[in-house]
Design a protein around this ligand. Structure first.
Ligand code: GDP
Length: 174
């Protein structure tokens, strides 16, 4: 066990963040693994609840069964055994789907980092999510970080936090 989940509604930038975190493009649909390191990820795209999992070395990315197993585990355990969750929201947009994800996260015991993404698009600070202060009061986030998954702002901070949370010797982040 021991993995980090990147969660958030569609289009908030989870895949972009994941690729930035891993420092390389990873695709689960590819027949050949695009990575020489042993990493696996499952992407659960059911409805608004999207989760990207990074998991144990030794399993291969092209093994669909392994991915299904991972997804099933995630579904049944409801993120119960993750080491850390990165909750990605857009800096300028808050929807009912975000709220649904938030409510699901409230039950978790692991640290949840709130990543307020796409801050590169925000020129005027006043347009930053008016909900942000309210959001910070909804649950005890381990960190609240403005990030840009695209340009890399604060992505290193998330990588550091993930490294700290993952068990010794099980680091998937370069
Ligand atoms: P996902 O559905 O949550 O995995 O979102 P994606 O990673 O596919 O990103 C959705 C869209 O947002 C894409 O067009 C990305 O290029 C864009 N995007 C992601 N992160 C950023 C960011 O930090 N800044 C900007 N400007 N666009 C971003």
């Amino acid at each position: 066990c021991g993995f980090v989940a990147i969660v958030g509604r569609p289009n908030v930038g989870k895949s972009t963040l994941l690729n930035k975190l891993l420092g390389q493009k990873v695709s689960i649909t590819s027949k050949k693994p695009q990575t020489t390191r042993h990493r696996i990820l499952g992407i659960d795209t059911q409805g608004a609840w999207q989760t990207i999992f990074v998991d144990t070395p030794g399993l291969h990315i092209e093994e669909k069964r392994a991915i299904n197993r991972l997804m099933n585990r995630a579904a049944t355990s409801s993120l119960g055994d993750v080491e850390m969750v990165v909750f990605v929201v857009e800096g300028t947009r808050w929807t009912a789907d975000d709220e649904m994800v938030l409510n699901k996260l409230k039950a978790l015991r692991c640290p949840v980092v709130l990543a307020v993404n796409k801050v590169d698009k925000i020129e005027d600070k006043a347009t930053l999510l008016p909900h942000l202060q309210w959001l910070g009061q909804q649950m005890a986030f381990a960190e609240i970080l403005p990030i840009s998954a695209k340009s890399g702002t604060n992505v290193e901070t998330i990588r550091e936090l993930a490294r700290k949370q993952l068990p010794e010797g099980e680091h998937y982040f370069p």
